[in-house]
Structure formats: C-alpha cells, structure tokens
Ligand binder design. Structure first.
Ligand SMILES: Nc1ncnc2c1ncn2[C@@H]1O[C@H](COP(=O)(O)OP(=O)(O)OP(=O)(O)O)[C@@H](O)[C@H]1O
Ligand SMILES: [Mg+2]
Length: 448
C-alpha cells in the first residue's frame, strides 16, 4: 500500500482543521487505503433514524450492486469530527461521539453495518457491532504521519477478516449471583434462536455448569488444550448438549466442560503452566465458527476469572438488587478489573455491559432501596479522588445526559429456574416463563 498521500495529508492538515477540511483532505485517502473506491462511499448516509445522517457509509460493490446507487446494506460507518474537537479517550466530546456512532450503527438502515470508525485525523478508533453490542476493536489511537500506516493496515486487516463470535464472560466477583444459571439459560435461548453457541465451564473448582447439564468433568481435555499450545484440538474437548422439545424439535449448543486436572492446582502452579492470555488465544479458531461463546467464571479475581475476562469482548455482570455486596463487587469489576485487563490487552477490550438484577423478586419498597444504594454508588464514584468515573451507563443504560431513566433489567426469582438444575436441563427448555425471561435478556443485551 502506498501511504505517501495520507502522510502528506496529515502533515499539511492544520492543527485545528475543521470537519470539512478533515473530510476533504484526510478521509478520501483513509477510505482508499481501506480498499474502498469512490463508487463504494456514500457521504451523509441517511440512517433511517429520524433525519439523522452519518458522515460516511461504505461497502464493497457486488456485480450489479453499486453502493452509491442502492445506498443499502452499509458495512462500515464513519463519524468524522474536526481537529478542533478533542477526541482523546474519555474527553466529553469523545464520549458524545462514541454514543452518536452507536446510535447510527443500531439505526434501521444500518442493520448490516458491522464496523464503525470515529476520527478527527488526530485520533481514531475502530468499533465492531455484533447484534446489539457495539464494542471497541482498538484503543482510541493518536495518529501521527509515522504510525498511520500501521493503524490503517490493522483496521483493514480487521474489517476484511471479521470474526463471527461475540465472546461473553459472565462474571461478578461476588458469589452466588447467578453466573452459572445465566450462562446455561442464555446459551439455551440463543440456541433456540438458531445461534451457534459454545459455553465453557471455567470454574473447575465448582464445575456447576458441567454438573447442571448432567455431564461428567473430563480428565485432561481442557487441561491439555490450555497447556499444550501446539497439540491439535482433541475430539473430546467439545461436547454437544442436545435437547428435544415435546414436538420433536432438536436444540443444540456445545460445551467445553470442566477438567478434574485443573481442580486442585495452586494458583502459582497454574500461572507457571498456563498464561491468563492462553484462553483468549486458544479460542481464536472457535471465533470463526460460533455466533456466541459464553464463559462461566468463578467468583473471586484469580486465574480462571482473569482468563475469562481477558478472553472476552464483553463482560455480563449479574447482581442482586437486595445485595449491596453484589452491587459493590460489580463496581469493582467495572472500575478496576476490566480496566486492568484493558491495559494488558492494549486493543480496547474488553468492556463491561450494564449490570442486571437476577433471581430475586422486587417490591416497590425494595426498588426504592436499591435505587438509593445505586445513587450513593454513582455519587461516590463521581467524587472518587483517585479514580473518578461516571457509572450511570453501567447501572442506568437508558439514561441520557438530558434525562435519567432508572430502568434496570431483571430476571425475577423463579422456582423452575432453580429447580431445572436438579433435572440437568436448562430451565429455558422446560418452562415457558423461564424461556421468556431469558429471551428478554437476550433481546435486552444481544439481539438487534
Ligand atoms: N432467576 C433465578 N430464580 C431462582 N433461582 C435462581 C435464579 N438464578 C439463580 N438461581 C439459583 O441461585 C443459586 C446461585 O446461582 P448460580 O449457581 O447460578 O450462581 P453463581 O454466581 O454461578 O454462583 P458461584 O459464585 O458459586 O459460581 C442457584 O441455586 C440457582 O439455582
Ligand atoms: Mg457458578
């Protein structure tokens, strides 16, 4: 690729270049290098969300399908700002621009869009869309004439080789909040919807996920897969969980069950044998095959949960409205653990999804109590001298800067959800109401 023109554009762009100047000097070169011709670029693309337009939509042309003519099925959206707007990570304008891009990516005429870029020619960040989830695929990078070639090559490589799977770690540092129950029922529901789903029991000390499906923990397969980087994937690693409905329809999802060999290893020994990034690397081939990979994690912040969060695109955090500890532990995950892994990974991921309430029915009085506790948590975090952070999007995701909406998604307490584990069948397959609850969870978080 010839980067000379984009380097030249960057060197002549004024420090405070306005959006039209960035658009005319920098963007055409960027899009050309990403592999798009002028017939594949639509400026001011109507997203179908009111009169909102995104600055650019692009897509490769098919044989008789010219994007600038059909203006349908965009692949990548770009929201452009001028250099006079600060897009460095965590600035107010950065947050507003990311939120703008997310809205466009989820707009009716952009359902096909899988990627989004924000840039002002000083900073650039790539986002990926999977169903309803929009998550970073790069950090917010500072652009210079010297690094633009590397940045563009990386983005091109990603958008030309999209992965199929969204990898989700189900994790809260607090125990007993419904991590395992959520993993198995969400997998069952996604399978019901025709999604290819793999679940991983990464809590070998309890092995609840494996047991809840009536399976026996395997000797060696998960252990060998993690320890021996070069050995081929053994036939026994993945097991199929098949369930048939009364009407004879067959549903199936896959599981990597836990491994006795991982059970009693000391933390130090474990870390000597297996790096916490190993699971992430080992999952690479599966990310091309499955729609969803869900990882059940143990409570605590040690090898297995760190590996699960490190392997994930997003972290789903169950909490209980009546357990302040589950809420405070969720905050620790969002403010400390996820950023700790982000620093190690250096690719912008993973990110935390908003919390949800699991497994306790909630009365009006309890709701008020929970809101009071959450308001205190939000206030404390905003005023935190060492690590101030606005946690509103993680607790009240429907809020906007103009209006606070205290809706929090919940799966109520439902005896059949608890009981199904005794029968070794996901509750979502046994009971309609349970299925409806997990369908609602899938829609709230994952499905567009
Ligand atoms: N929505 C629900 N309704 C009723 N019971 C539930 C619900 N969700 C979870 N439970 C029950 O709560 C208990 C704890 O759930 P689960 O084992 O999934 O939590 P966990 O977070 O995985 O626990 P651990 O931290 O020990 O791994 C289980 O007995 C489970 O059956
Ligand atoms: Mg569990």
């Amino acid at each position: 690729m010839d980067f000379s023109k984009i380097k030249e554009a960057l060197s002549i762009l004024p420090n405070l270049a306005s959006e039209p100047i960035v658009s005319s000097l920098f963007i055409p070169e960027l899009l050309r290098l990403l592999g798009f011709s002028s017939l594949e670029i639509v400026p001011e693309f109507a997203t179908g969300n009111g009169g909102n337009t995104v600055d650019y939509a692009v897509r490769k042309n098919g044989q008789d399908d010219i994007f600038i003519e059909t203006k349908s099925n965009p692949y990548l959206l770009l929201e452009i700002k001028g250099r006079n707007i600060n897009l460095s990570q965590n600035s107010a304008r950065y947050k507003a621009t990311v939120s703008q891009l997310k809205h466009y990516l989820l707009a009716p005429k952009c359902r096909s869009a899988q990627w989004g870029i924000i840039t002002n020619a000083n900073h650039i960040q790539l986002f990926r869309k999977h169903g309803k989830v929009v998550h970073p695929e790069s950090p917010c990078l500072e652009i210079t004439p010297d690094n633009i070639d590397k940045i563009v090559s990386k983005i091109k490589q990603k958008i030309e080789n999209p992965q199929k799977a969204l990898t989700v770690a189900v994790y809260n540092n607090k125990g007993g909040v419904g991590k395992t129950t959520t993993t198995v029922n969400l997998a069952a529901t996604l399978a019901l919807l025709g999604k290819r789903t793999l679940i991983i029991d990464f809590d070998p000390n309890q092995q609840d996920l494996t047991n809840s499906l009536g399976l026996k923990p395997k000797e060696d397969s998960l252990y060998i897969w993690l320890v021996n980087k070069n050995s081929p994937i053994s036939n026994g690693l993945i097991k199929q969980c098949k369930f048939s409905s009364k009407s004879g329809v067959l549903w199936q999802f896959d599981i990597i069950s836990s491994d006795e060999k991982l059970q009693n290893l000391e933390e130090e020994n474990l870390r000597q044998m297996i790096s916490p990034v190993r699971l992430r690397q080992a999952l690479e081939p599966f990310k091309l095959q499955y729609d969803y990979i869900l990882i059940d994690s143990p409570p605590n912040w040690r090898f297995f949960s760190q590996s699960a969060v490190c392997a994930a695109d997003v972290v789903l955090i169950p909490t209980k409205h009546n357990s302040i500890f589950s809420l405070e532990n969720a905050v620790t995950v969002i403010k400390n653990f996820v950023p700790e892994i982000q620093k190690q990974r250096k690719d912008g991921g993973p990110v935390a999804l908003p919390i949800f309430f699991n497994g306790e029915s909630i009365t009006e009085a309890q709701k008020i109590n929970a809101e009071r506790a959450i308001n205190e948590i939000l206030e404390k975090s905003r005023k935190d001298k060492v690590n101030p952070m606005d946690l509103t999007p993680y607790f009240y995701p429907r809020s906007s800067p103009a209006k606070i909406d205290r809706h929090i998604f919940g799966i109520p307490s439902y005896a059949h959800i608890a009981g199904a584990a005794f029968n070794r069948v996901p509750a979502a397959y046994k009971h309609r109401t349970a299925c409806e609850h997990y369908m609602a969870l899938a829609k709230e978080y994952f499905l567009q």
